[in-house]
Design a protein around this ligand. Structure first.
Ligand SMILES: Cc1ncc(COP(=O)(O)O)c(C=O)c1O
Length: 391
């Protein structure tokens, strides 16, 4: 195929059944292939695994504080990859990013305030406000010229009608796979500034850009003013498949906001995992060859998904995802009332659109070996054909 020889093997991967895997445990003992929660079935980069083994060779596993080398690695990464020069003080290491959504909401708003976000969206964007005592105000993303984008008119109305202090942004977007352009983000920043909203920008998928024509722009890198009204969230856990190590970090330039964020997490989610820190540093320092091959593999997987789904009756993908290993399938034309259960009965476990605030859709995780993906798509097609022959 003209592609240079691969150094890493994504076609075969370890059997995860019988491990603690959340993804695989859900359907243990049933003939249902899991393609739901966002982790990939690939082994993490060998450099990450050997760094973890080296850390374990030191048999004392007490409380962890990020080493200076880890912090420097993060600063170097943000500057080189995203053109954002960050001061060491701005970085807050955390056990994963979902707690940071809660922290951001509690740091900015008061109970009873609104939190604005878009739908569909990664489910904790909808639950974190409610669990934090806030109300959630959702605005649907809209299709415009063949791409999903923000509905600024409705966002304006929503901001005017609600008592909101925070906007939760997902960039790249899960589940739509959009990599927002600088122009879109500048417009969003302008909207946020006029309504005095702090933007919490979750950029966990930013190193999983599949479309070579697009480039991730970190929201806070737009300008120092924008940065001062933002909380940015990063982790290596999606890209290098280490979500079980529970580690991420927030970047918060404004001192007062950072102090409030720390206070919101104090005693609840302020300790970090030793192995998470080790994996993060190794991934940023040594993971690039693996990441590039993983992206190439995911691109080919996505080609397969797009080709197969376009031939399925009653299912469509409105826009090819530009990033992530997730595809957002519109199954409304199948006319089934419970898509999740329908596909489970056909042997595939997908993400449920209802949880993302958008019934009638399902999310497919294509971060798996190609042969498994073929089987998943074969099963989805069988369900689609059966259902559409009835309608
Ligand atoms: C946008 C987004 N944020 C956060 C997470 C989860 O992050 P963590 O495991 O660090 O809590 C996910 C997982 O899929 C995600 O898609």
């Amino acid at each position: 195929m003209g592609r240079k020889e691969m150094l890493f093997n994504f076609d075969t991967c370890p059997d995860r059944s019988g491990t603690e895997s959340t993804k695989w445990t859900k359907y243990a003992g049933r003939d249902i292939i899991p393609a739901w929660v966002a982790d990939m079935d690939f082994a993490s980069p060998p450099e990450v695994i050997s760094a973890l083994q080296r850390r374990l060779a030191h048999p004392v596993l007490g409380y962890a504080t990020a080493r200076r080398s880890t912090l420097d690695t993060v600063l170097g990464y943000l500057e080189q990859r995203h053109g954002w020069k960050v001061k060491p003080d701005w970085v807050v290491f955390t056990p994963a990013l979902v707690p940071c959504l809660h922290g951001a909401i509690r740091a900015v708003g008061a109970p009873g305030d609104h939190v604005i976000t878009t739908v569909p969206i990664y489910p904790p964007f909808l639950s974190a406000p409610v669990l934090s005592g806030s109300k959630v105000a959702t605005v649907s993303m809209k299709m415009d010229g063949g791409r999903w984008t923000f509905d600024f008119d409705t966002l304006e109305d929503t901001a005017k009608q609600s008592r909101a202090k925070v906007f939760l942004l997902c960039n790249p977007h899960n589940p739509l796979g959009r990599v927002f352009t600088r122009t879109e983000l500048e417009r969003l920043a302008d909207f946020a500034a006029r309504h005095e909203l702090i933007v919490c920008s979750d950029e966990i998928h930013c190193d999983l850009v599949l479309d070579p024509a697009t480039q991730h722009v970190s929201f806070a890198s737009l300008s120092p003013d924008v940065a001062n009204r933002s909380i940015s969230l990063f982790a290596t856990s999606k890209t290098y498949n280490t979500a079980g190590l529970l580690c991420g970090y927030a970047v918060i330039p404004d001192e007062g906001l950072r102090a409030r964020f720390r206070r919101a997490l104090a005693g609840v989610a302020n300790e970090v995992n030793i192995f998470g820190l080790t994996a993060l540093e190794a991934a940023y320092r040594h993971g690039e060859p693996w990441r590039q091959e993983c992206l190439a593999y995911l691109r080919d997987n996505l080609d397969l998904v797009m080709a197969e789904v376009s031939a399925m009756p009653g299912i469509r993908i409105a826009q090819r995802p530009e990033a992530t290993y997730l595809a957002w399938l519109d199954v409304r034309a199948l006319g089934v009332t419970q898509p999740l259960e329908t596909f489970e009965a056909g042997g595939v476990g997908l993400g449920n659109g209802v949880d993302f605030g958008m019934p009638g859709f399902v999310r497919l995780n294509f971060g798996c070996p190609r042969e498994r993906l073929r089987e998943i798509l074969f099963r989805i097609r069988a369900v689609a054909e059966k259902k559409s022959s009835k309608s």
